[in-house]
Write a protein that binds this ligand. Structure first.
Ligand code: NOJ
Length: 493
């Protein structure tokens, strides 16, 4: 009944809203030929079937069972595992040109390494085939932070160099099985966020940190840097494998992903301006500089000293140039203030090394991001000028709203209009942006808010065993925006 009322509301909304018939001052056709628009999800957030067909838990499952999502977990989630055909139809109805999803490592290789699960292979083969038969490009992330729990238990996962070999072997299985149809690979999803959350502050899986009682015992002053180093090596090793063994026949591309915030100084004082620079370096430069220049940024080397692992010459050569593109996840802008020594924590940590205090501008309704697309513009400008203008996908961008069943998500539509318009401005200003993915297709299990908040173009009714999907206003808006014009056919990449 609740849904029926919402649908009614929605149909009134569509028939009267000016936003649906026009999508701002730009159209799909204003974007360069080859530019791709899509939407995304990740395995644990939507797949469900967590305990079916041979899948074993990842560190996200463990985190959920520890109650970190307020009781929510991904056991069923949106049940995409069983409903992928319906979801691909919904993508098609939204006129998506691409779908970004991730493969669950522990579904494909339940022990993290060793035997491959045929049922896992079959599921991803089916999903990929279904996408292709609807003309939707699969863009696949190998690890969306859902490391198999088996590897965490066996040797502490990303903290152990053994992970490089196991990740490369997992990537090999994926390239071999799916690479004839998947041409766009991303190794890791926003490792910067997952490392800071997972090994510095301890609020994300695997919940390591130095502060007693709030997390598992860890070392926030060394583990983030070790995990980061191993992730870079694992990424580069998988890319090297792809380029030598698969690319000559499969002709795909493979890249890396990072989270970015827009950064705004608290004041124009020298200290706050330097704090912005430091945060940008620790947050983005830390893992992106090595991919472009083959080494960590000098600012980090100076501050972190011997706690920052050093690249051997061979490692530097492997890592440098190992991304065909960079994927950016971007949501909003934060205000950055310098933190003096007196206000630092007594525990040495990655955060203390940065030495900043950050906060959101007080300009958004509760539970939503402040809409500040100029922050994205500046980040894209930074990638253009500092990193030599590499190809960029906006891999994630979207507005979180309370997940209360309402389908009228006008603020999300306004958010998309503002950010997609800014992406176009950046392209016109010379940035090499090659695609945009709205986060997310469905209201899935969210990292910090569980099922309380959602980003979906579709609402998923969790009270309904069928997990029925209902299009929100933003879905209608995006579908309209992406509708192919009859006069101008989009070129294929
Ligand atoms: C980034 C993460 O990749 C994704 O899993 C998450 O749902 C969104 N941010 C929103 O928080």
């Amino acid at each position: 009944m609740k849904i029926m009322l919402h649908l009614l509301l929605l149909s009134c909304l569509f028939s009267s809203s000016p936003l649906v018939s026009g999508v701002g001052n730009f159209t799909r056709d204003d974007f360069p030929s080859g530019f791709i628009f899509g939407s995304g999800t990740s395995a644990y957030q939507v797949e469900g079937a967590a305990l079916e067909d041979g899948r074993t838990p990842s560190i996200w499952d463990t985190y959920a069972y520890e109650g970190m999502y307020g009781g929510g977990n991904g056991d069923v989630a949106c049940d995409q595992y069983h409903k992928y055909k319906e979801d691909v139809r919904l993508m098609s109805e939204t006129n998506l040109e691409a779908y970004r999803f991730s493969i669950s490592w522990s579904r494909l290789i339940p022990n993290g390494r060793g035997p491959v699960n045929e049922k896992g292979l079959q599921y991803y083969n089916n999903l990929i085939d279904e996408l292709i038969s609807h003309g939707i490009e699969p863009h696949v992330t190998l690890s969306h932070s859902d490391l198999p729990q088996a590897l965490e238990d066996e040797y502490a996962g990303w903290l152990n160099r053994k992970i490089v070999e196991d990740f490369t072997a997992y990537a090999d299985v994926c390239f071999k099985a799916f690479g004839d149809r998947v041409l766009h690979w991303t190794t890791l999803n926003e490792p910067n966020v997952f490392i800071i959350g997972g090994y510095d502050e301890g609020f994300l899986p695997p919940r390591h940190c130095s502060i007693p009682f709030i997390c598992r015992p860890g070392n926030s002053s060394t583990e983030p840097y070790i995990a980061g180093h191993n992730m870079l090596l694992a990424h580069a090793s998988a890319v090297s494998l792809y380029r030598t063994k698969y690319k000559p026949t499969q002709h795909g591309t493979i890249g890396f992903n990072t989270y970015t915030f827009g950064l705004s100084p608290f004041s124009n004082s020298e200290e706050d301006l330097a704090a912005v620079q430091r945060l940008l370096t620790f947050y983005v430069g830390w893992l992106i500089d090595p991919l472009i220049f083959g080494d960590y940024p000098d600012i980090m080397k100076n501050i972190v000293g011997t706690r920052l692992p050093a690249f051997t010459e061979d490692e530097a050569n492997l890592v440098k140039g190992s991304a065909d593109f960079i994927g950016i996840n971007h949501y909003t802008t934060i205000i950055v203030k310098n933190k003096d020594n007196n206000s630092k924590s007594p525990f040495m940590s990655f955060s203390n090394d940065i030495g900043v205090t950050v906060f959101f501008p007080d300009s958004a309704p509760k539970g939503q991001f402040p809409v500040m697309p100029e922050g994205l513009y500046k980040i894209l400008e930074h990638f253009k000028q500092f990193y030599g203008n590499p190809p960029i996908y906006i891999h994630e961008n979207g507005q979180q709203m309370p997940r209360n069943g309402t389908l009228n998500d006008t603020p999300r539509v306004e958010y998309f209009e503002a950010f997609i318009g800014t992406v176009l401005d950046s392209i016109r200003n010379g940035s090499n942006i090659i695609g945009y993915f709205a986060w997310s297709l469905l209201d899935g299990l969210e990292l910090l808010s569980g099922y309380k908040g959602g980003f979906g173009l579709y609402y998923v009714d969790l009270d309904d065993k069928e997990r029925s999907r209902y299009p929100k206003y933003s879905q209608q808006w995006y579908a309209k925006f992406l509708q192919k014009s009859s006069s101008k056919d989009r070129a294929v990449i």
